[in-house]
Design a protein around this ligand. Structure first.
Ligand code: AMP
Ligand code: MG
Length: 324
């Protein structure tokens, strides 16, 4: 396994050369780590699907440096896409737009639409910049994990999960910790396909309109499958009261159980304290689930956060992680 620092130009150069030659590289973004290939090379992109065990009909997000680079992949940007790009790029918002014919076929799973995002992480940006100099027009990159599993938020998570030959650019722990919000801008009215750390309210403010719910006409997204982001242990979502009363009757020495809770007794040996701030929970959530798995825990009880807008992204991931 090769983890190289993304801080210096040597690591960026090695990664860019490998990508330009059609290879795969794992890279840090501000959301989660991605597994990247050049978006204009269908054979390179096919290797992403193989490494992840991802079904070929589940499209990937193409990462670009700018709106102008996005225009090279899109069959035009409508008002909704333009507004979101102006408000949130570079940043953790993905737009789905009509695809320019023949561009990024494999990344788009041959759908007539394409998901585009401009990452803010300095290592991702430096890599995209060097790739562009080498003639690479954008990078297709889903999260760098096996299909359906928890997304990686450190270089070590990627190293633990994906094969030995992979080059991993290390950019530290991800700032946001959950994946980008995905807004489908390919129809008449924009729909939120996946909530992220940018709240629905902020997206709607930028759009100047309400987001509609996805329907059958919205393109399917793996991040929107009922079961996704799942640890190996069984995850059960419980109310604060359920956690509290269950802990009262359990021996504290019980094996195979971990509890992630905001309100349970902080010194209880089974309990890992969940922060009160939703952004802090998003940042650590996947690392906490991975750490429980690494301990060999079989069951994880998670206290359900409040059903309020600022928790929407975290609640979405927890519900899917619990849907085995
Ligand atoms: P991941 O990075 O693994 O979370 O995967 C990227 C997400 O973007 C997945 O949920 C994809 O299905 C979604 N996505 C990418 N392209 C499209 C598209 N054309 N239509 C709908 N969803 C898409
Ligand atoms: Mg994923």
């Amino acid at each position: 396994m090769t983890i190289v620092s993304g801080a210096g130009s040597a690591g960026i150069e090695q990664a860019a050369q490998r990508l330009a030659a059609g290879g795969l590289v794992a890279l840090p973004t501000e959301t989660v780590y991605g597994l990247a290939a050049r978006a204009d090379d269908d054979t390179a992109v096919a290797a992403i699907f193989a490494a992840k065990g991802r079904p070929a009909d589940h499209p990937l997000i193409v990462h670009v440096r700018s709106r102008d680079e996005a225009l090279g992949f899109a069959a035009g940007l409508n008002d909704a896409a333009e507004r979101l790009i102006a408000a949130f790029w570079p940043g953790p918002v993905t737009v789905i737009v009509p695809r320019a014919p023949g561009r990024a076929d494999a990344a788009a799973a041959r759908l007539p639409t394409l998901a585009l995002r401009c990452p803010a992480h300095p290592v991702a940006r430096a890599l995209l910049e060097r790739c562009a100099q080498l003639g690479v027009p954008g990078l297709a990159a889903p999260s760098a994990n096996r299909f359906g599993h928890v997304s990686p938020t450190t270089a070590q998570h990627v190293a633990d999960e994906l094969g030995d030959e992979l080059l991993v650019l290390d950019g530290g722990a991800c700032e946001h910790g959950i994946e980008s919000a995905i807004v489908d801008c390919s129809g008449a009215a924009p729909a939120l396909l996946r909530p992220g750390v940018v709240s629905r309210e902020r997206l709607e403010q930028a759009l100047g309109a309400a987001l509609r719910e996805p329907d059958e006409r919205s393109p399917g997204a793996p991040g929107t499958l009922e079961s996704h982001y799942a640890p190996r242990a069984t995850l059960r979502l419980m109310s604060a009261a359920e956690v509290k009363s269950a802990l009262q009757v359990l021996p504290a020495s019980i094996q195979g159980l971990a509890v992630y809770s905001r309100s349970a007794p902080r010194r209880h040996p089974l309990v890992q304290v969940m922060p009160d701030d939703p952004r802090a929970v998003a940042r650590e959530l996947f690392a906490v689930l991975r750490a429980f798995d690494a301990r060999g825990v079989k069951l994880i009880w998670v206290e359900q956060p409040p059903d309020t807008p600022e928790w929407e992204g975290v609640n979405d991931r927890l519900q899917r992680a619990a849907a085995h």
